[in-house]
Design a protein around this ligand. Structure first.
Ligand SMILES: Nc1nc2c(c(=O)[nH]1)N[C@H]1C(S)=C(S)[C@@H](COP(=O)(O)O)O[C@H]1N2
Ligand SMILES: [Mo]
Length: 197
């Protein structure tokens, strides 16, 4: 039995306070990749943070798993208008990764295996807002969805959540990443519909 009558569903969904403006709810998990899916052996996997001075800190697969692990349950929103509620992830908070990094840069460029990049303000990566995740739904992240590990920045449109992430570069200027150079917004807040320039 539907909880609302036929014809009323769209209106109810449109006013769902959990759904950002212009989005619709999906229950499957679409795959959106700008290029081929890179395959990275865990023995070869590395995550690096480089600051504006060039100082670089790296973690191997074992080293990142030795950091405090967090479970994250969150909604995600793609700029192509699908949203998915209550997704569950496991990984390391960017706060943890940045804890011992000495940088005054206001912006980050996330870099992926395969060459994808996306820029994110540092303030959007700190304070429990962003993670490097390696599990989805209790299982290792599949290659299609960014495994071995992806960035998760769920309060921004999902193109900021770089799949196959390999590191962060602290940027003195907020330079645009891949989609941002192609017309996507520099920030990407779904609640403000920051879709394009
Ligand atoms: N490396 C990389 N990360 C990426 C992308 C990509 O093409 N390459 N696409 C982005 C976009 S536009 C979206 S909507 C999400 C899609 O993630 P999914 O395929 O797991 O749904 O990944 C983002 N991260
Ligand atoms: Mo997207």
């Amino acid at each position: 039995m539907a909880e609302f009558s036929r014809g009323f569903g769209a209106r109810r969904r449109a006013s769902d306070p959990q759904l950002p403006p212009g989005q619709y709810l999906t229950h499957d998990f679409p795959v959106l990749s700008a290029g081929p899916t890179p395959r990275i052996r865990l023995d070869d996997w590395q995550f690096a943070i480089r600051t504006e001075t060039g100082a670089t800190t790296t973690w191997t697969w074992d080293e990142i798993h030795a950091l405090p692990i967090e479970d994250v349950r969150t909604d995600i929103h793609c700029v192509t208008r699908w949203s998915k509620f209550g997704t569950s992830w496991r990984g390391v908070s960017v706060d943890t990764l940045l804890a011992d990094i000495d940088s005054a840069a206001p912006s980050v460029m996330a870099h992926s295996y395969g060459g994808y990049t996306t820029n994110v303000p540092v303030k959007d990566l700190m304070g429990g807002k962003a993670w490097v995740v390696f599990e989805f739904d209790g299982k290792p992240l599949t290659p299609e969805h960014g495994g071995p590990a992806r960035l998760l920045v769920p309060h921004l449109y999902f193109w900021k959540s770089a799949k196959w992430v390999r590191g962060l570069v602290m940027q003195p200027r907020d330079d645009p990443g891949f989609w941002e150079q192609n017309g996507y917004n520099m920030h990407g807040d779904p609640w403000r519909e920051e879709r394009y320039w």
